[in-house]
Design a protein around this ligand. Structure first.
Ligand code: PEP
Length: 251
């Protein structure tokens, strides 16, 4: 039984006061949602305040990125220990905006992932193809490479501490969602790849979230798919009402 996860990726939105206000309002809604886990990913500047506001509730706080080193001369970067210090339990790694805006590679995703897991953080690892790759019939190949290289060297117990977010790049922030069937097909491929790399039980247990223009209006159809274990949501996670509706997705 895979407990669904509803995760909000706030990207570069919300100051500290806005983040705290959001957490205060979403806490009672998340606490009543026995059917799912709730994660929010504020920007770095609001992490400590958000985790303080979320304390004692079901709301877990994720960072949107992490560096692999414990400390060092890495201007602008944040270490796993710093995220723990800010109260984070989770971190998003390999989001397509990091891959595209910052040239992040699967190798770097792998280093970040190993460092995050070693520090005790849970990770949400993002994978997904671009429109050009989908149109060229390369979706499976891309997912295969991202899973193989991004998760390389993880032990099965380490693998059991990650979630995978399938986020087709062409669906992120575009209003264009993969149909539930398209998403489920990619999720099945990812689970097959995980089975080959990590074994039957680990593959059966890993939560695979869908991301890409998920909204209250379309989450029901997505979550009705057996293969879809939750959602990583950008735009629709920024307003309390819509995030609350996502948490209480039709069941
Ligand atoms: C995301 O940021 O991971 C995302 C899926 O964004 P959106 O829901 O806005 O498409």
């Amino acid at each position: 039984m895979r407990t669904p996860v509803i995760a909000g990726n706030w990207k570069m939105y919300k100051n500290i006061a806005e983040a705290v206000d959001f957490v205060e309002k979403i806490k009672p809604i998340a606490d009543k949602a026995a059917h799912c886990e709730v994660v929010i990913a504020p920007p770095f500047t609001a992490l400590a305040a958000a985790t303080k506001a979320a304390k004692g509730s079901k709301v877990k706080v994720a960072a949107q990125d992490v560096h692999w080193d414990k400390e060092g001369a890495h201007t602008g970067d944040i270490s796993p220990g710093m995220l723990l210090d800010a109260g984070c339990t989770h971190v998003i790694i390999g989001h397509s905006e990091r891959r595209h805006d910052h040239g992040e590679t699967d190798e770097q995703v792998n280093r970040k992932l190993k460092a995050a897991l070693a520090a005790g953080l849970a990770a949400i690892v993002c994978v997904g193809e671009t429109l050009a790759e989908r149109e060229a019939g390369q979706t499976r190949e891309v997912l295969e490479r991202q899973i193989r290289d991004g998760l390389a060297g993880l032990t099965p117990p380490e693998f059991s501490r990650i979630m995978i977010a399938y986020e087709p790049v062409w669906a992120i922030g575009t209003g264009r969602t993969a149909t539930p069937e398209m998403a489920a097909e990619s999720h099945r491929q990812i689970r097959d790849l995980a089975r080959n790399e990590f074994g039957e039980a680990e593959a059966a247990g890993v939560r695979i979230l869908y991301g890409g223009s998920v909204k209250p209006e379309n989450i029901g159809g997505l979550m009705a798919q057996e293969e879809i274990d939750g959602a990583l949501v950008g735009g629709a996670s920024l307003k309390v009402d819509s995030f609350a509706a996502l948490i209480n997705f039709p069941r």
